[in-house]
Design a protein around this ligand. Structure first.
Ligand code: ZN
Length: 462
């Protein structure tokens, strides 16, 4: 019987070096079509959300995967590629299995709550990914892995030229702990040291292995904030609560970043975009994951502060993390500009704005570091951007030119970003904070020259 072949779409594919034929009803949704293609590409169901499919015609043209896809023939066979596997399985997890046996039962409540928040960013992540979120609460931990840093290292940590690549993750955790200690915050806020270690471990475990937005970026931003407040000596004028807010905001500011920016979240209508109504979905999520950790008794470093102080810390921290959304850049610059000529550090609102400016500076600060430290970060960022635009093309979503591997050059991107975003931000901050020119702004200008020369060379070749 002649079944209505016009009601089905039949696609001839080349996938993993073999020929496949797949079919689906014409009325299928994008999701349904993708699931057929994922099956053809042998992608396990636990990983389907973490891969990007790319369908190309024989002439290399990208075919958008969606209801408009029509049948082809064996002679016009498409190639199906799995172009990106963003999230690896839990195999590389750093949590020691022995410790997990002891801690999973104890921490059940916490694992559930953290993983529920984490699931917003990764709704289809497998169970391994959730276990990854168990912080280490081995009671021996407090006595173990003790790092003693020399005075030289402690001073080096306060400099904006600090080389992040020299330090292992565990050392970075110990350096973060040192910042709490060195600024007197452990004493001031009666922070339990074992809880602080678990908190920092929980932080590290809740950063994803993205090319750019990973735990190393978290460390760099925090260290740069620390470097800025020491270089400018503003550390002596900020209140303890401002310092605590800055420190935990920097540490938590990109928690559980999925590697795709707000534009992607909104255009792809992800769970995060829906939950936060397209308003800074990522930054809202980072803050929510941070406060999920801070709610769990095992990792709550604020358990000894009075309620009123907690509320103030929470408010300040949310304000700081939301300030890292570049969509708010102009608004914050304009608000700060109003006060620069007459800045009053004793005024709470003005201090709040300054703290927002400091975290914003720290978040985009790579070019303050020496070129050999800063330059690898550009490649990391472009890798993450390119993966996003590949995915957007594959999913038929709009792409931003600055993320498109066809349109962006490293030098071009850097010249624009440093010249139009970074330098104005730092120069405005320098109207209030002293000592920025030599140690902070000069290196940025040198970096701009470096990339301008690179741009001239690449343009010269064309
Ligand atoms: Zn960041």
């Amino acid at each position: 019987m002649a079944t209505a072949s016009s009601d089905i779409v039949r696609l001839y594919l080349r996938v993993h070096n073999r020929d496949e034929t797949v079919e689906w009803p014409k009325a299928s949704t994008t999701e349904e079509i993708k699931s057929v293609l994922l099956t053809a590409a042998d992608v396990p169901s636990t990983l389907t959300k973490d891969v990007v499919l790319k369908l190309t015609q024989q002439n290399g043209c990208l075919v958008s995967i969606g209801p408009k896809l029509t049948s082809n023939t064996p002679h016009t066979r498409y190639t199906l590629q799995v172009v990106s596997e963003k999230l690896k399985s839990g195999a590389e997890d750093s949590v020691n299995p022995d410790e997990l046996v002891n801690t999973v039962a104890k921490l059940k409540g916490q694992i559930d709550s953290v993983s529920q928040v984490a699931k917003l960013a990764h709704p289809h992540k497998g169970p391994n990914a959730m276990v990854r979120r168990a912080p280490n609460i081995d009671p021996r931990y407090a006595d173990r892995a003790k790092y003693v840093f020399t005075e030289e290292t402690k001073e080096y940590l306060k400099q904006c030229s600090f080389d992040n690549w020299q330090w292992e993750e565990n050392e970075a955790l110990a350096l973060l702990e040192l910042m709490f200690d060195d600024m007197g915050l452990i004493e001031e806020f009666k922070i339990d040291v074992a809880t602080l270690k678990r908190f920092l471990r929980g932080i590290k475990d809740n950063y994803n292995a993205n090319p750019f937005h990973n735990f190393k970026h978290c460390f760099c931003v925090t260290q740069m904030m620390y470097g800025i407040i020491h270089t400018t000596e503003i550390v002596h004028k900020l209140k303890p609560i401002d310092k605590l807010v800055l420190l935990i905001s920097c540490i938590g500011h990109d928690l559980d970043h999925p590697g795709y920016n707000n534009a992607y979240q909104i255009n792809a209508k992800t769970d995060l975009a829906i939950i936060y109504n397209d308003t800074s979905p990522l930054e809202n999520h980072h803050a929510a994951v941070l406060f999920t950790l801070l709610r769990a008794p095992e990792t709550n470093i604020l358990s000894n502060v009075p309620d009123a102080v907690f509320r103030e810390i929470r408010k300040g921290t949310i304000r700081c993390i939301l300030a890292t959304d570049m969509a708010k850049h102009g608004e914050i610059m304009t608000a700060f500009k109003k006060h620069v000529d007459n800045f009053n550090i004793e005024d709470q609102d003005q201090r709040n704005l300054l703290v927002q400016m400091i975290i914003k500076c720290a978040d985009i600060s790579n070019e303050v570091r020496p070129t050999e430290v800063a330059e690898p970060w550009v490649d990391c960022l472009l890798e993450e951007f390119f993966a996003q635009s590949d995915r957007e093309k594959a999913e038929g979503l709009p792409t931003a030119p600055f993320m498109d591997r066809e349109k962006v050059t490293k030098a071009g991107a850097q010249v624009g970003f440093i010249g139009f975003v970074m330098i104005p931000l730092y120069e405005l901050t320098a109207k209030v904070l002293p000592n920025m020119e030599a140690a902070i702004i000069q290196p940025i200008r040198q970096s701009l020259t470096y990339y301008k020369e690179m741009l001239e060379k690449t343009e010269g070749k064309k």
